[in-house]
Write a protein that binds this ligand. Sequence first.
Ligand SMILES: Cc1ncc(COP(=O)(O)O)c(C=O)c1O
Length: 482
Amino acid sequence: MKQRRAQVTLVSPYCPIPDAMIQPFNFLFAPQSTQTLPHDAYFENLRSTEYGRLDETGQVYLDYTGGGLHSATQVIQQMGRLLTGVHGNPHSVNPTSAKSTKEVELARAKVLEFFNASDDYVCIFTSNASAALKIVGECYPFSDDGTFLLTADNHNSVNGIREYCAGQGGTFHYAPIKQNLTLDAGHLKQMLCSLEGRNKLFAFPAQSNVSGVRHKLKWVRRAQRQGWDVLLDAAAFVPTSPLSLSKVQPQFVSVSFYKIFGYPTGIGALLVRKDALDKLNKPWYAGGNITLSSVGAADRFFHSDHQRFEDGTVNYLDVPAVGQGLDFISVIGMERLKERVDALAGMLYQKLSQMRHNNGAPLVRILGPDDRRLCGGTVAFNVLDKDGGVIPIQTVEDEAASKGVSLRTGCFCNPGVDEANHSISNDTLKAYFEEKTHGDYFDFMTFSQQTRGAVRVSVGVATNRTDIEALLDLLSAFQGAK
Ligand SMILES: Cc1ncc(COP(=O)(O)O)c(C=O)c1O
C-alpha cells in the first residue's frame, strides 16, 4: 500500500471543515518505512500514527471482539474516494453506475483474495455476520430430512438458525462443551458419526466470542467426511487470525468486517463454496436477485451467482471501503497481528491469574483452558471477592467506566458458554421457560438464585501494555472486597 495524500480541497462554504479533520493528512502511517521495526516499536508507531485518537481522548479500549477500530488511513482513503468520485446505483450501466459496480467488484475480489478463496468461493455481501448466518438458516434445505448440529459454544446468531430448522420439520442437536469451554471431542465425534439426515448442517465458531478458544479447524474436514455441510462462523476469529479457505473449506463462512478493521460498520459477508451454492434455496426474491421476473406469468429466474442472495441495492459507497480496510490490514500482516495479539493476551492472562487478595485468595477466575495457546485475544473472567464470591459484573463495569476503560460484561449473546461457566442445569433453565411467558437475564438470576455473566476483555491492533496496566489497576480496586 502506498502512502496516500488525498487530492481534495477541504473547504466548504456550507460547512467549514475544522483543522482537526485536516490534521490526519499530517500523521499518516508510513507502512513501508516501518516494516522492519521490532514488534513492539512497530505497533507503538502504528498506534500513534493511525489510532492517535485513543491517547488524545484518554480512552482505554479493550473490546476488540465487540468491534475493531479503524485507522486514520482508512478514513482518509474513504473521504478522498467520496469527495473525488461520482457514484451511481450499481443496478444500471451508466458511467456513474459502472464506477460503483467496478469498485464493489474490486472489493469482492479482495475479500476472496484475503481469505485465499478466489477460485472456490463466492462472496455475498450482507449487512453483518448475523445477516450472513440468516441466509444459511433461511435457505438451507432443512425441510428435506434436515439435521442441524451445533456446538454449545455459539453466538445467538447461529443458535437462531435452529428456529428455521425446527420450523421446517428438521431436528437440531447441541454438541456439548467441557467445563474448560473447549469442545468435548469424544461426544462431538460420536454425534458427527451417528446423526442421520439427507441434509446435515454442522455449525461452530472458529473462535469463541466469549472464552477466546480457537476451536480446531480440523472439525471442518472431519464433519465433511461424515456427509455434513459445515457452517464456520468466523466472525470472532478472522480479526486476529489468518483464515485460508484453500486449506480448510467449509461450505459456508460468516464474517463482519467492522470486527476486523472498524470501518465501515454495517457490512459482512457470507462466503459460500461454489459447489454448495445451489444447495441454498432462496425462498423469496427482491430487486437484484433475479435475471427476469414476471407479473403476468407470476414467475422468475434467479441469478446463478452471489447476486441471488444480495437483496436490493448493495451498500455501494461503503463496500469499497472494505477493500481499503483489507489492504490496510494486509500491510500489517495477519501473522504479525496474530503474534502481537497472542502475546498481549498471554501477558494479560498471566497478570490476571497472579492477582490476589491480601488473604491470598485469587482476585479473578478466568474462563476457558489453562493452556492459552488454544485461545486468541479474548480473556473472559469473573472478579471474586476475598471469600471467593462473584462480584456482580455490573459493579465491575461501573468501575471500568469510571476509569475510562471500555470492556464488556454479560453473556455476550452466547448463552451456552455462560450456562456452562455457571453450571446452570438444564432442569433450572427448562423450569424458567415453562413458568414464564417472558423474561430476561436478570430475572433469571432472581429466579434461579444463581449468578450469571462474566467480564470480557479483548485486545487488538492498537492495544499496548499501558492499556493492560490500566485494566489491572482498575481491578486492584477490588482487592480486599467482600
Ligand atoms: C462469533 C460471532 N458470531 C456472530 C456474531 C454476530 O456478528 P454481528 O453482530 O456483526 O452480526 C458475533 C458478534 O459479536 C460473534 O462474535
